[in-house]
Design a protein around this ligand. Structure first.
Ligand code: BTN
Length: 254
């Protein structure tokens, strides 16, 4: 029913009315040997999960809540590259279908007019030297109206429809994103991360800005210089020290 034009991604689709979390289902399927490209997508999630153990608000019939299983032959250290690849695929898809130009905030938030419209959660099943499966969870606020957002999200979250001023066809957007994803993923497997990195930088709002990075081990402020070849963020503090940030919440200073 999705009318996909991709060759591999999304050929095996589990479409559900209501699930706790597509991410959880995809983990189980991957563990049981599901092939690369398997997609779990739901109309509603009752226990959607975000990064850093947060919950992800996923009301019925409004958004795209999906998890994609990939099986690239890469060491686990390279997996963050796939988060950035996913952010580029979703940004390209949104741009093509709605005309809106998204901003990517490192590592993987997609913003429209400074508010979050998309969250990406990349999780691994891996040994220390080999990835078995990458589960890319993508949550897109598509047709929510203001009333759909709980008050604590009102000032920070938005939907594509709110920004575009009209409803957006979800099936068309899923098709477009998977097709962009497949092209980028093939490029990545053949030529590595460099071409993806360039595209990512084209959408990035973080680079060159004064930022505060809150990590599990503390807070670092400085100028975001760029991303490295593995996808980590390079920061320069005002003392001139260089920090490499693997995972953090980023606040962009005005
Ligand atoms: C974040 O920004 O914190 C990431 C949010 C990821 C949400 C998606 S929705 C589909 C998939 N299933 C989940 O439970 N989470 C991800």
């Amino acid at each position: 029913q999705l009318g996909l034009k991709t060759k591999r991604l999304g050929w095996n689709v589990y479409y559900e009315e209501s699930v706790p979390s597509t991410q959880k289902i995809a983990h189980k399927l991957a563990h049981d040997g599901a092939e690369e490209g398997t997609l779990v997508i739901a109309e509603e999630q009752t226990a959607g999960r975000g990064r850093l153990d947060r919950s992800w608000h996923s009301p019925k019939g409004t958004g795209i809540w999906m998890s994609l299983i990939l099986r690239p032959a890469i060491p686990p250290q390279q997996a963050p590259q796939l988060t950035l690849l996913a952010a580029v695929a979703v940004s390209q898809g949104i741009q093509e279908v709605t005309g809106l130009v998204p901003d990517i905030k490192w590592p993987n938030d997609i913003l429209l007019n400074g508010k979050k419209a998309v969250g990406i959660l990349t999780e691994l099943q891996a040994d220390p030297d080999q990835v078995h499966a990458v589960i890319v969870g993508i949550g897109i606020n598509v047709n929510q109206t203001r009333e759909h957002f709980p008050s604590e999200l009102a000032s920070t979250a938005t939907s594509l429809a709110l920004e575009a001023g009209k409803p957006v066809n979800r099936a068309q957007l899923v098709q477009m994103i998977l097709s962009k994803f497949e092209t980028l993923y093939d490029q990545y497997l053949q030529h590595g991360f460099s071409p993806i990195k360039l595209l990512w930088e084209g959408y990035a709002v973080t680079i060159g800005k004064e930022v505060v990075a809150r990590t599990l081990s503390g807070t670092v402020s400085g100028v975001a210089l760029g991303i490295t070849d593995t996808g980590t963020l390079k920061l320069r503090t005002k003392d001139g020290d260089i920090h490499y940030i693997y995972s953090a919440d980023i606040e962009i200073k005005k």
